[in-house]
Write a protein of this length. Structure first.
Ligand code: NAG
Ligand code: NAG
Ligand code: NAG
Ligand code: NAG
Ligand code: NAG
Ligand code: NAG
Ligand code: NAG
Ligand code: NAG
Ligand code: NAG
Ligand code: NAG
Length: 761
């Protein structure tokens, strides 16, 4: 059962978030391979304070939503603290300063106490009765999460959680027993009395004395005791040994506990620069002495090792499905993501041919992992299982066609730090600021002086990509790229993206379209039938010309956010394209990362016979709307199952391909609830009216005037040399694509900066 009791208005609204009309019948998928857990069962998903990645930790919505969005098997975790009158409450921290508004409710409530030998100052629950605390509201304490649910939820007692949520499995974490004893409060008595009223499945504690004091009392009960390890150098207060030294004697731990809970880096250590080291033998060692192993600190917005390429599912799978061991459970702030990983992404046959939909297209190769458009990025995209790799074609001064994400080398190369950094110019047709353009440098100069630079689209949030490889790889010419694609028969095709064709023709007397056609002929690509060539452009003139001269599949890229396309614009697109690429926001418009609804654009284009690709999907958690829970798979699933797109253009093909191989998509209506699309816009409905994000002006409708362009002017196959450029033809009407692109980009940047300012002051 998903919804066990009446939740009140906000929880009812929360349940609207997922279209789960038939979810009650959802089955937990049975996997063919056995789990390497101690019991052989699937690892448990333990929701820390409920779905605390979204709602304030330990709030009623957080607990309830873990079941609404996640698996019905999720274990509810509560960090138990005691009030002055001995009531057990669920609160993430011993001091309430950051996780509640107690500092506001009790301005004079600050106190200093010794906690495990350390003088600690703040607002403590032991200073207040449960009745006092009814004035206090919970707050999201993690700054990378939304604050818009703050101030709506009260502190819950352990019994409140039990009666309101009825978790199928309840885990109490009891820390600081020694501290409460100093305040004449006994966790032991509390637990004994509580256990007479409710069923507690797990109790964990980092204090040996506390666990030993209750272990004989609960010997006959089903309650399992788990010893929690803190950082290795921290001293366990009742034995005065470090946790690191206690780890060396697991047989001792087994005398009072049936399991251990460890920070995840006890199992997969990470270097100081965030690369994964080989795993330790801890899980196997603990299993040998009969201890279950639970790993903590999982969160989609936590600092992830670069080895996971910002994919939180990849991290869970390295703990649960690595062929050597599996942990027995994971403690997470984002239980839905753990449920997906364990329920649908483990024990996947990597050789099985992936489902047909969606087509996975790389964006400058696997540019999330290596510098874009390099040999390494393309190889990675192939290794990851992308269907189609892409080259944004640019021309050098000497007429060599190369793959480069941008015509401006400042974007994704080291040019500003090279001797060629003087070769900048302002070319208003391309952009307002300074640029160093591919057509101003020769191919030889580029290769000798520049290195590729990895793109960091979420740098504003201090999220960078694979720093050890930030300048790795080699630049590629278009002909290298085509030869590479042709060699890799697993690819169904190659996409060539052409921009600035009108500018190059008018200003440089250079026909990039003719040059691409000639390169395609030379490559022999046009002769083969097993792989297709796609030409993508935001210019209808380019596609029109390619349609006349080639048999390539043609993709029209709408480079602005739109909410709709009128009938005449669609009719016009049909003249020159088979497929349309649209921005993410054109499908799911959003305000400050809250999705406001769903447009009918995808359906409309598809019913006109056009395929639809969506761009650009990324793994970094800040790139997904809140409605998608900082989970790249939830986002992909919504675009595929919810909106029905035909293809995904992504910096991280590995994640989209893993999505295609997941074992639940073939279950159809029997797929578990957490693999169903989210009912977008639901979160907005449960935000307090005063905390609502601003309503934005609606995005424009694509009209035929946005699409139609003058044909490309005639031009030659060799770019005009720099010296006689003055003779270039007088500028014709400017292509409308350029300015539109800039405007859309600026809007996005300012939105991101606004969110950045809100989240990170
Ligand atoms: C509370 O938040 C402040 C500011 O972010 C931080 O410095 C402090 O460590 C936090 N306290 C706790 C107990 O997490
Ligand atoms: C808490 O409640 C008690 C009794 O109701 C009252 O005397 C006390 O002043 C309250 N404490 C605060 C900080 O409000
Ligand atoms: C705890 O109880 C003892 C004995 O009754 C008393 O002396 C002490 O002040 C109490 N401590 C606190 C923090 O209430
Ligand atoms: C631990 O150390 C403290 C302070 O050094 C001491 O008071 C206490 O007796 C020690 N406990 C044990 C179990 O050794
Ligand atoms: C481990 O703990 C057990 C039980 O307390 C004890 O008998 C044994 O000597 C310890 N072993 C080591 C290596 O400390
Ligand atoms: C993590 O990535 C680094 C850099 O690519 C590599 O050297 C290391 O072996 C990887 N770690 C694991 C456990 O695969
Ligand atoms: C998958 O394919 C690889 C290479 O083709 C092969 O070595 C491997 O044995 C296959 N694995 C399975 C499970 O079939
Ligand atoms: C780059 O090429 C354009 C077009 O030929 C020209 O106007 C500009 O001056 C050149 N810039 C540099 C720095 O050579
Ligand atoms: C492609 O086919 C054409 C005619 O069928 C032929 O002339 C040409 O040599 C072929 N190109 C390659 C690279 O095989
Ligand atoms: C463009 O190049 C073609 C072919 O080289 C030449 O015939 C034509 O005159 C050139 N146009 C300009 C404006 O230079």
């Amino acid at each position: 059962m998903w919804v066990r009791s009446s939740w009140g208005v906000s929880l009812f609204a929360a349940s609207l978030l997922l279209s789960m009309v038939t979810a009650q019948v959802a089955k937990q998928p049975k996997s063919s391979s056995p789990w390497l857990t101690l019991s052989g069962d699937a690892p448990m998903v333990i929701a820390k304070g409920g779905f605390s990645g979204l709602f304030p930790e330990s709030s009623s919505n957080a607990y309830a939503f873990a079941y609404i969005a996640g698996s019905p098997d999720t274990v509810s975790w509560c960090d138990v603290r005691l009030t002055k009158d001995g009531v057990g409450i669920c609160l993430p921290e011993i001091i309430m300063d950051n996780c509640t508004d107690a500092t506001y409710a009790f301005p004079d409530g600050k106190n200093t106490y010794i906690v495990n030998g350390v003088s600690t100052t703040g607002w403590f629950s032991v200073d207040y009765t449960m009745k006092n605390l009814s004035q206090v509201f919970l707050k999201q304490e993690v700054l990378s999460r939304t604050f818009r649910f703050d101030g709506t939820f009260h502190i819950l007692s352990v019994e409140d959680v039990e009666t309101q949520v009825k978790p199928p499995s309840f885990w109490l974490n009891i820390q600081h027993d020694m501290f409460y004893r100093q305040h004449n409060l006994s966790m032991r008595s509390y637990l004994i009395s509580l256990s007479k009223r409710i069923i507690i499945d797990y109790v964990s504690s980092p204090e040996v004395a506390f666990l030993t004091s209750i272990s004989s009392r609960f010997k006959k009960s089903k309650m399992k005791l788990v010893f929690r390890f803190l950082e290795e150098t921290t001293i366990e207060p009742s034995t005065n040994q470090t946790y690191g030294s206690l780890l060396k004697n697991l047989t001792f731990v087994k005398t009072f506990a049936s399991g251990i809970l460890v920070p995840k880096d006890y199992i997969w250590p990470v270097t100081s620069d965030l690369y994964l080291q080989p795993h330790t033998s801890l899980v196997s060692d603990a299993h040998k002495v009969g201890l279950e192993v639970f790993a903590s600190d999982f969160a989609n917005d936590a600092v992830l090792s670069y080895n996971y390429s910002y994919d939180p599912l990849a991290e869970y799978l390295s703990f649960a499905d690595n062929g050597v061991f599996s942990v027995d459970g994971v403690l997470t702030d984002f239980p839905i993501t753990a449920s997906e990983a364990i329920g649908c992404f483990a024990h996947v046959d990597k050789n099985s041919s992936a489902n047909v939909k969606p087509v996975v297209l790389s964006h400058n190769g696997a540019s999330g992992v290596f510098p874009g458009s390099t040999d390494l990025a393309y190889q990675q995209a192939v290794d990851d299982g992308a269907d189609i790799i892409d080259c944004s074609v640019q021309v050098t001064q000497d007429g060599t066609l190369i793959c480069m994400s941008s015509i401006n080398l400042m974007d994704d190369t080291t040019v500003t730090r090279s001797p060629l950094n003087t070769r900048s110019s302002i070319i208003p047709e391309i952009q307002t600021g300074l640029g160093i353009y591919t057509f101003n440098l020769t191919w030889d100069e580029i290769q000798k002086n520049l290195k590729p630079a990895i793109s960091n689209p979420e740098l504003a949030y201090n999220l960078v990509r694979n720093p050890r490889f930030k300048n790795a790889g080699k630049f590629m010419t278009l002909s290298d790229f085509l030869a590479f694609a042709k060699r890799n028969k697993a690819l169904s095709g190659a996409l060539i993206n052409i921009e600035h064709a009108a500018f190059l023709a008018e200003k440089l007397n250079y026909s990039i379209t003719d040059a691409v056609i000639s390169a395609l002929k030379d490559s022999g690509f046009t002769n083969q039938t097993d792989q297709e060539v796609l030409i993508q452009s935001s210019s209808s003139a380019v596609l029109m010309k390619m349609k006349q001269k080639t048999k390539c599949k043609l993709v029209y890229m709408v480079d602005e956010s739109i909410r709709d396309a009128d009938a005449s614009s669609i009719a016009d697109i049909k003249h020159f394209a088979d497929t349309v690429s649209v921005q993410k926001q054109s499908v799911y418009p959003q305000s400050l990362e809250f999705i406001t609804g769903e447009t009918k654009l995808v359906q409309k284009l598809q019913s006109a016979g056009l395929s639809v690709y969506v761009y650009v999907l990324r793994n970094e958690f800040v790139s997904q709307a809140w409605d998608f829970f900082s989970d790249p798979v939830v986002e992909i699933n919504n675009y595929v199952q919810g909106a029905g797109v035909d293809g995904i253009i992504t910096d991280f093909p590995v994640t989209a391909v893993a999505y295609k191989r997941n074992t639940c998509s073939k279950l159809g209506d029997d797929a578990p609830g957490y693999m169903r699309p989210v009912q977008v816009g639901g979160l907005l409905q449960i935000i307090d009216p005063q905390a609502q994000p601003p309503a934005l002006a609606p995005m424009p409708v694509l009209e035929v005037s946005d699409v139609v362009e003058a044909p490309l002017p005639p031009a030659s196959l060799k770019p005009l040399s720099q010296t006689n450029e003055q003779n270039a033809v007088a500028p014709a009407a400017q292509p409308s694509a350029g300015p539109r692109c800039t405007a859309a980009f600026n809007l996005l940047v300012s939105l991101l900066m606004l969110i950045g300012a809100l989240l990170f002051i």
